[in-house]
Design a protein around this ligand. Structure first.
Ligand code: G6D
Length: 383
């Protein structure tokens, strides 16, 4: 009798085990299928202090691929096809992830609290003077010693049918880099399968402060940094630039671009006037200037060899165009140190704060008001 009972017990146990195995295999299959369908994969690529440096890689079936780090929100890859359908990276990026810890030229990075230089690091808000940390000689530049490019951001990923959202967030505490106000920031990247990236910056502070954020990606549409950006063509709707003094800060004066190297209102070869005999070109050693955008706020870059092009649209009133005018030292993913003029930045922003605190009001964010900066990048390739 006992033997029959035992056999029945074993059979029941076996049935339970089979059910459990089926459930496990099913859930594993779902996971595997989901994993395969997953467009965004994350991987730990380094460490900073006691935090992981994580790369978020978004890849679509058409080959469009974007990779962003939690360190500084750095864009390390934007991969698009050239006219022959070769998929190549169109941004400058370091070979060694550890080079992003210092990142002296802000490769791919979120810039903040403020972009550009602030004259002598001196600001006055509600009649109170603040001495911002000076990391650019006598000025503050790109948010100071520990600007937003240096921090590890919290990242949330949301997968949608034809786009992926990376929502980066952080808190910049009151008096960080001597800026007033606890500032909560979100930088949202919406990455679309049809070769489009929306970058939306939102911020709110519990005290009136300054916010003027941007992205410092160096673009090179030739692909894998093959050619200088002086071979590309640029069209930019801007009637005037901000005059810079010898220390690269705005004087407050605007310069009409007509008949100057800064006129890109018609499509023009970037290399045509980049070394022209013009006082402002000499100061910047090329283009390193704030262009005040006309109403259409559109920037168009084209590389005739690869037939890649990029359109940037923004809600900002200004864009600093920087043509990488000084030697860099670190190797990129090509295994070489990029020569000068092999990347171009389009830092959409408010005008930097210059002499006599000119343009400060454009960067002021009142207590509990929401800051919102939106810049959209569209990439395409003509056949
Ligand atoms: C130089 O003047 C330029 C800046 O505009 C740029 O952002 C930086 O190099 C990387 O300081």
């Amino acid at each position: 009798m006992n033997l029959i009972i035992y056999l029945e017990m074993i059979m029941k146990l076996q049935e339970k085990l089979d059910t459990l195995v089926d459930k496990y295999l099913y859930s594993f299959e779902i996971f595997a299928r989901k994993e395969k369908l997953m467009k965004c994969k994350k991987s730990t690529v380094g460490r900073l202090n006691n935090e992981e440096i994580v790369a978020y890689n978004v890849k679509f079936e058409n080959g469009f691929e974007v990779e962003i780090l939690n360190l500084g929100g750095v864009i390390t890859k934007i991969i698009t096809p050239n006219k022959d359908n070769n998929l190549e990276n169109i941004v400058l990026a370091y070979e060694d992830i550890n080079d992003y810890i210092e990142n002296p030229y802000y490769y791919g990075a979120i810039i903040g609290r403020t972009a550009g230089r602030i004259n002598e690091g001196k600001i006055v808000i509600d009649d109170k003077e603040y001495a911002l940390n000076k990391n650019y000689g006598v000025h503050q530049g790109h948010g100071g010693n520990q600007g937003f490019n240096h921090r590890i951001w919290q990242v949330e990923v949301e997968e949608n049918k034809n786009y992926v959202t990376l929502n980066l967030s952080t808190l910049s505490k009151d008096m960080e880099e001597n800026y007033p106000g606890n500032l909560n920031i979100n930088v949202i990247f919406n990455i679309y399968e049809n070769y489009k990236i929306e970058e939306i910056y939102k911020a709110k502070s519990d005290k009136t402060t300054l916010v003027n954020m941007t992205n410092h990606t160096y673009f090179n549409l030739s692909g894998n940094i093959k050619e200088p950006v002086t071979d590309s063509y640029l069209k930019l709707g801007s009637d005037c630039i901000l005059e810079l003094n010898e220390t690269y800060v705005p004087t407050g004066k605007k310069i009409d671009v007509t008949k100057t190297p800064f006129d890109f209102r018609k499509l023009k070869l970037i290399g045509r006037d980049i070394d022209a005999n013009h006082e402002q070109i000499k100061i910047g050693n090329g283009y390193d200037h704030a262009f005040l955008l006309n109403n259409d706020k559109k920037i168009y870059l084209e590389d005739k060899k690869s037939k890649r092009n990029m359109t940037i649209e923004t809600n900002q009133d200004c864009v600093v165009v920087y043509t990488m005018n000084w030697e860099h030292e670190k190797m990129t993913y090509t295994g070489e140190v990029p020569p000068i003029r092999h990347g171009i930045c389009f830092e959409t922003q408010h005008p930097p704060i210059g002499e006599n605190m000119c343009f400060i009001k454009e960067s002021l964010l009142n207590k509990d008001e929401e800051y919102m900066q939106k810049t959209v990048y569209k990439f395409s390739t003509s056949k």
